[in-house]
Design a protein around this ligand. Sequence first.
Ligand SMILES: Cc1cc2nc3c(=O)[nH]c(=O)nc-3n(C[C@H](O)[C@H](O)[C@H](O)COP(=O)(O)O)c2cc1C
Length: 357
Amino acid sequence: QETKILVLIHSDNGGTYTLAQEVAKGIESTGKVKADIKLVKSSSNSSLKDIPVATVEELTTYNGIAFGSPIYFGNISTAMSEFLSKTVDLWSNHALEGMPATVFMSAGSGAGKELAIQSFWNSLAVHGMILVPSGIMGNESIDKTVPQGNTVLGTTSLASLKNVERPTKSERYLAKIQGQNLSKIALALKGTYQSSLITKGDNQEKNIDEVLKEKKIELPTVPQPAGSYEPYVRTGNLIFINQVALKNGKIVNPGKLGVDINEKQVNEATRATILNVLSVLKDAVGGDLNQVKKCVQLTGIFNTKADYTQHADLMNVASNLLVEIFGDKGKHARATYGASSIPVNSSVEIQAIFEVE
Ligand SMILES: Cc1cc2nc3c(=O)[nH]c(=O)nc-3n(C[C@H](O)[C@H](O)[C@H](O)COP(=O)(O)O)c2cc1C
């Protein structure tokens, strides 16, 4: 299986992103690891707007994570902190334990730069991640005639010192070798800890009810049809299901993305929708989800504005959950698109086809 490292960042003005690009180059310089740069939240900044947004669920699919954020008051930035606060389920499932991580940060003056990385490390230590420091790696080669953002914990960049280009050449160099170091450690640790890369395979043998219990995923009651149709149709070994974001008789976060609701709210609605799909699927296989042989195809329809293009990121919430539950059997073909309206003002509709025994 391919070795992949996530470079997970928040950036306001692009400083963290510039460092992230160097970290990614360092990761890929080993020739054996692919680096994906993703944001913790979407950005309208022109240099950042095309970077994909990561989901919490996908963190476990990587072999290591390089975290990067601006320093806010000697600490993690607010957006990064918010993202980390959503990883409670991963934490209680020990999902990131033993995975290597490193931290780099973009500073203004550099005030509290080591404190900020150390504080970032607190959260990663609670997750049981293997923290990879920089030590004095590369310090012999940096330009000491100007202040640099080198720290023993990880690279920073002193963005507000204007007499030289920032991040400096030296800071970019340090970021690159920090990435390279993480890459080597990720390769060495690959397969030594229980990431979903391993459990995914295991899940194929595991009882799906146990997987759901372990992951604290509760399936809702089967939604009843709101019109002249069946909740599912089985033809041969294929089951066809269509659902919207109905939960306890109400639509979760109704409306149009970018007008009534934000991406996070659509993500919640998408999770509710795919859980409805699974609930109907369970009903269709007489209560035994172990009979599912394959998720064949998902189609995700989102209520978006005409110029919206990030449907694929929205749909990953559903796709990743299926892989998390069913392992390789959960991998599927997929289509996503935008619609100007969806029945009962749901922000999302999911169509699914499963092959069963
Ligand atoms: C609320 C806030 C607090 C900040 N606190 C610090 C700080 O304690 N130390 C520091 O060096 N820079 C501080 N900065 C400056 C940012 O770290 C700096 O602008 C950083 O380069 C932004 O990274 P970016 O270019 O990726 O957005 C702060 C900025 C903000 C908005």
